[in-house]
Design a binder for this molecule. Structure first.
Ligand code: AMP
Ligand code: GLY
Length: 452
């Protein structure tokens, strides 16, 4: 029986563990707290510091797996893949120098400018408060301010959403420079609909997964503070209704040039998951960012839909045989909704989890920020609590099935976004994209008056 060491923590890890288990793989997990979902799919597990590459390497040495799958950005950025490869174990995750595509937004934007300039907005990187402020003042467009390092998706602030005036933007840039190391990226705000393209990558070739749309803001109607993602959907045809074939082809071309560019720039092959996050603008898709791992909640949509044996996919990545390998997905729509403690993301509510999981019917439940204590009770960690996933031949069918199950649950102390995946919400997105395309026929993005 093949063996995997899975380094994971949250709902994404539960979805991966379950898929490995269903694919006949023996799962051995290293996790930062006792996630009952990951544990239930694992032959063995250890609670430890997943962000310590030495701890990951020691666990791998003990288990002697076929490969190590690292699920999350922090352990990948810390060098988990490097550490296990040194011991001779293949890693399904890029090494630290390549993981900078996600962990270092300044590096990522500079890489994009070099290899995919047609998918890159205007930006500058600053280490100096005055220079950042001058750039913001000089811009004719709205800006987005991002600390360069990892912030769990919560450090980014967008003008018109999380702040209004340039003065507020300048104050936030200053706060970032005072709080985080590595500088701040100030970039052009892109207007449109976001979508995620996940790919398995073997160093030179890639296999695509269905397109996903995430909902990053905390409340219905895409309002409120940024979160790690409140919910996601996919369509039965693997595309999204507002993404044209031309858009899709450009996204594929960007991924191919990224995979080739990494080999050229670093001399290292990208092996693992590449999740390119795009903004679909009136001029086609532009990169918002790269992620070097599965999205969370996106993995909870994609793993249940994947028909191909997961071990075969991982083996094709390790052996660099993805070129002729077709990864198949069910022709079904899916919705994943996160149920979060009511105070999330501002407060870290620690409340008991008492959902009767036997009442879920066809809906899958994935444990995320839910910890099993030594006495067996389950508590929220304060982060996103659990993901509920529904699959159906149509998105509307998936939506209705999910909502009717949610209606039966006692969600006291929790909340979720009802709008995600509803017909009204999808229609609004289609119409919004039509308006953007009509109003700004192919505006030029990615060019700016330089501040120097
Ligand atoms: P990131 O952490 O880079 O994924 O950014 C978090 C969120 O900020 C994204 O999902 C977008 O909603 C938003 N965002 C980031 N960059 C831009 C941009 N250049 N234009 C508009 N929105 C952006
Ligand atoms: N769902 C967004 C992320 O995983 O980054």
């Amino acid at each position: 029986m093949p063996k995997v060491v899975l380094v994971a923590a949250i709902g994404r890890g539960h979805a991966l563990a379950k898929k490995f288990h269903q694919s006949g793989v023996e799962v051995h997990s290293l996790m930062p707290f006792h996630n009952p979902g990951i544990a239930s799919c694992s032959k063995s597990f250890v609670i430890g510091n997943i962000n310590d590459p030495t701890a990951v390497a020691q666990f791998a040495q003990k288990i002697d797996p076929d490969y190590v799958f690292v699920a999350g950005d922090d352990p990948i950025a810390a060098g988990a893949a490097d550490a296990v490869q040194e011991l001779g174990f293949p890693a399904i995750a890029p090494v630290k120098s390549v993981a900078r595509l996600e962990s270092d937004k300044a590096f990522a934007r500079q890489f994009m400018k070099e290899f995919v300039p047609d998918g890159t907005p205007a930006f500058e990187v600053f280490n100096d408060v005055q220079a950042a402020g001058d750039y913001i003042d000089a811009m004719s467009f709205d800006v987005v301010i991002k600390p360069s390092g990892l912030t769990g998706g919560k450090g980014v602030k967008v003008q018109g959403v999380q702040f209004k005036s340039k003065a507020e933007g300048k104050a936030y840039a200053k706060e970032c420079l005072n709080t985080y190391a590595g500088g701040v990226v100030v970039e052009e705000k892109l207007d449109g609909e976001e979508f995620s393209l996940h790919c398995f990558v073997d160093g030179s070739h890639f296999a695509t997964m269905p397109l996903v749309q995430d909902h990053k803001t905390a409340f219905d109607g895409d309002t409120g503070p940024m979160t790690g993602g409140m919910g996601t959907y996919t369509m039965a045809d693997g595309k999204l209704p507002f993404v044209t074939d031309t858009d899709y082809q450009k996204a594929l071309s960007i991924v191919q040039r990224t995979v080739d560019g990494i080999r050229e720039k670093t001399g290292v092959k990208y092996k693992g998951i590449l999740y390119a996050q795009f903004m679909l603008t009136s001029s086609g898709p532009y990169l918002i960012e790269y992620n070097v791992r599965f999205g969370d909640p996106e993995a909870m949509n994609l793993m249940p839909l994947m028909k191909t044996n997961f071990h075969d996919v991982c083996t094709a990545i390790v052996d660099e045989e993805l070129e002729d390998f077709h990864v198949q997905f069910e022709p079904k729509a899916s919705i994943c909704k996160y149920v979060v403690p009511a105070g999330y993301p501002e407060r870290k509510d620690k409340i008991p989890f008492k959902i009767d999981v036997s009442q879920m019917g066809d809906i899958d439940l994935y444990y995320s920020g839910i910890e099993q204590k030594p006495d067996g009770t389950l508590w929220t960690t304060g982060s996103r609590g659990f993901g509920l996933v529904s699959l159906d031949s149509t998105l509307n069918g998936a939506y209705n099935a999910l909502e009717s199950t949610i209606a039966k649950l006692d969600l006291t102390g929790f909340r979720y976004r009802k709008d995600i995946g509803s017909q009204a919400s999808i229609q609004k997105k289609i119409e919004r994209m039509e308006r953007i395309r009509a109003g700004n026929a192919a505006i030029t993005l990615g060019q700016t008056v330089r501040s120097n």
